[in-house]
Design a binder for this molecule. Structure first.
Ligand code: DLL
Length: 441
């Protein structure tokens, strides 16, 4: 196993390094970013106020809205001439949030990704099939540069054109595939449609992220493709992919690249830290970024952290898989549900294909969930294509029951024939709000 030395140092050493780098970062934003300078002055905080890591609590939070307010370049900490790359968030509405990198930022990011690929099972000399989208989205180019400096032969296929993806997987024999978890299922399904067995490909490891996915989804992917599927997390505002990644040995929490990012978990209401092991909102402070340092960036992502040493030998702090984003959380009659929780239970039903969509609807004046699912080809054959078959009714009742018991919400279940739910080529759209109202559930 290749271990980077920073991954196995003791907690004291890593925290010492983090403190040094935190001070430098605070100094950098204090001197170069008027937005932060103003906020720090308001709080009577100077770079020298940072004496220990706990002093991070003195620093202001940063939110996505702050990036929007300073669109496009207002939060950058270096001269425009030093910026060698721009990326943007995959923002769903309006203008993207823009982030920037110096040459040194790209070097660090590439090294972080190279480490992440190793952690997830990739090795120099092998082929990596990169089906994350190339462009403003950080997935494609982020993985690409890391894979190259690791010494992997990198196939920059990007997302989409699924038939060609399959041809190249066959011809180039990659051992690693990188894309969203929903897209790899789409690829596997296409392979089956072409009469090819996805389990027989050269692939051994998958590095999947950019969207929430569940443990059951992991099992489904691993089973369908005979690979190990690891979770990779990140966001453009903090850097892009690689902020954390699961080790292929344990697949039990994502190792945070702690020499570059300081993580906190807070209660989104009180903004106080929550104890290790408890779910809260992830907050990141970048420790080495030059062009676009972020202080206490509120991600809106819900997860917990664990500081115990991993059985793989790494001492870096691990975060749990992300349950979902605060703004994707569905609240129905006081009960909170994340789409990934629905997914987790849905995928235990063997008659269903691993594709689904949650529609938020109105039933009278009440908000409700319509859960759209799809039966497998095998089940479709069994009922001879008759979607009114008694077995479909039984299945509807069964899923209703499972959801009611596990997610505590009574949902309308809509069962569709195979291939009716739109397949993803990047980030899957799991929730569609069909309530036609500005009211937030
Ligand atoms: O999605 C970066 C990325 C690319 C991560 C490739 C992993 C692989 P953004 O487009 O800025 O960046 O979206 C960031 O996506 O705040 C999370 O809500 C979600 N997200 C990213 N990774 C995961 C994951 C990229 N592994 C937003 N699990 C984040 C759950 C994820 N959600």
């Amino acid at each position: 196993m290749i271990l980077h030395e920073i991954e196995t140092v003791n907690r004291e050493e890593i925290e010492k390094l983090q403190l040094e780098r935190l001070r430098t970062t605070v100094e950098r934003v204090f001197n170069n970013v008027p937005f932060y300078q103003e906020k720090l002055v308001e709080r009577n905080v100077t770079p020298s106020s940072i004496k220990g890591l706990e002093d991070i609590a003195k620093l202001p939070f940063t939110k996505k809205q702050d990036l929007r307010n300073h669109y496009p370049f207002g939060l950058f900490a270096v001269d425009r001439k030093e910026i060698v790359r721009i990326h943007g968030s995959s923002g769903t509405s309006g203008k993207p949030t823009v982030v920037a990198y110096t040459r040194n930022d790209i070097k660090n990011w590439s090294e972080i990704i190279a480490r992440a690929i190793v952690i997830a099972g990739g090795r120099p000399g092998e082929v990596l099939h990169n089906a994350y989208g190339y462009g403003l989205f950080t997935g494609g180019l982020g993985l690409h540069y890391g894979s190259e400096i690791l010494g992997m032969c990198t196939v920059p296929i990007s997302g989409g054109n699924t038939d060609r993806q399959i041809t190249l997987i066959e011809d180039f024999e990659p051992t690693v595939i990188c894309c969203t978890p929903s897209y790899v299922l789409n690829i596997a399904e296409h392979m089956e449609d072409l009469g090819k067995d996805p389990r027989k490909s050269s692939l051994k490891y998958g590095i999947f992220g950019a969207e929430p996915w569940s443990e059951e989804m992991r099992k489904t992917i691993e089973e369908k493709l005979a690979i190990k599927a690891c979770d990779i997390y990140g966001l453009s505002e903090v850097m892009g992919p690689g902020v954390s990644v699961e080790c292929h040995q344990e697949q039990n929490g994502l190792h945070v690249a702690e020499d570059h990012f300081l993580v906190e978990v807070i209660d989104p209401e009180t903004l106080e830290a929550v104890p290790d092991g408890e779910d809260g909102e992830l907050v990141f402070t970048s420790l080495t970024k030059e062009a676009f340092p972020v202080i206490r960036y509120r991600t809106g992502d819900i997860a917990s952290i664990n500081r115990e040493k991993c059985k793989c030998g790494r001492t870096t702090l691990r975060m749990s898989r992300v349950k979902g984003r605060l703004d994707d959380m569905i609240i129905i009659r006081g009960v909170n549900v994340f789409p990934s929780e629905i997914e987790h239970f849905l995928l235990t039903v063997k008659e269903l294909a691993p594709h689904y969509q949650v529609h938020l609807i109105k039933k009278g004046s009440m908000d409700a969930i319509e859960l759209n699912v799809e039966i497998t080809d095998a089940m479709y054959k069994q009922i001879s294509g008759d979607m009114n078959h008694e077995k479909v009714h039984q299945l509807t009742n069964m899923i209703h029951h499972i959801m009611k018991n596990s997610c505590l919400v009574s949902m309308d279940i809509k069962i569709h024939q195979p291939k009716s739910i739109k397949r993803s080529e990047g980030k899957a759209v799991r929730v569609i709000d069909k309530r036609n109202t500005s009211l937030k559930v």
